[in-house]
Design a protein around this ligand. Sequence first.
Ligand code: SF4
Length: 409
Amino acid sequence: MDHVLQNRGHKRVESPDSADVIIVNTCAVRLDTEQKIAERLRDIRSKYPRKKLVVAGCLAKARPGLIRRIAPGASLLAPQAAHLVYKPVEGERPVALLRVERNTSYYPPAPMAGRVATVMIQEGCRNKCSYCITKVSRGDPRSYPIRAVVEQVLNAVKRGAVEVRLTGTDTAAYGVDLPGRPSLADLLRAILDKVPGEYRIRVGMMTPEEAMRIADDLLDAYRDSRVYKFFHVPVQSGSDRVLRLMGRRYTVEEFRLLHRRIKSAYPDSLFATDIIVGHPGEGEEDFDETYRLVEELRFERVHLAQYSLRPHTRAASMRQVPDRIKKTRSKALTRLIEKIGGEIYGSYVGRTMTALVVGEAYRGGSALARLDNYFPVVLPGWSPESLGKKVRVRITGASFFDLRGEPAG
Ligand code: SF4
């Protein structure tokens, strides 16, 4: 949106006070996020009742009625219509651009934060999970052609990107809608072949069943040292009964096998997963199975969420698990995740490894480097010249979030 508007001569200002148009980009995944956004919109409407307001993103598409109630007169822009943002900005009347198909032949330059570029390769998934509102806003898979993605990565690397994140709703579903059905592995090979340089690629979230479908080929494409050995595959629950209730299309055993295949190909890889506790119908035994799965597979990273009720989803009409039970389960699992994480991160201390400097660390004055498996290492001292350099580091400390290191010559 920024790129489209700047190209048409608009200017971004620092504060809504000096803006002619206010654009709020939104997320719909969780109820607490929705409440924060609603609060912000109310605030904007009361402070700037006459200013043009554009509400973009997933919440606009999934909850248009809510937005209209909170912010009457606002224009609504679906995620697929981001490139049309100039219409409500320049038009006289509010518009609702909600039923627009993603135009995969239009591709603005990848956004960069520091030297990290984000390249969207597809959106949408082939599922209809019981709890998920993302499906309402993102729909079925729509992929960008290989040629267009390669060009994006090439441009990003030319502009100085040292890390390129390939993102999508389900990256392993890449290409299912394209002629010839190229896979994520084909895309990776094309990028690695056509884009020279010492950059790294991080592949975003993939669903287990799509990852299983392409596993052999994908693990082969990961052999290139420019691909982080990083896999983000949400299991969501360790109970087959709950997975069925969720409408997930794999069993716990199939997930276990996928995890085993990844770990036997890349023992040092970082395997991240997502878990929801307290989905409607989750009993004590189901939760115990999830707990035991985490103990067994010892994921390097777990994103844990308490189930959050979302409208327009099947789970919203199921019998809910009380909040107090969700909290107790979440606390118990958090303790386990932190214990395992501490042991895994602690096992790196004393090792000497190679890492790539990708930016300045959040602790000012330090550098942020990434190991081959994407683990972050904070190094003392920061200079922009070190960006994109490979360094040998000795790991001297670990926290639950990152490793600390020092140059090892
Ligand atoms: S795979 Fe399931 S959880 Fe993920 S976006 Fe699709 S419907 Fe939602």
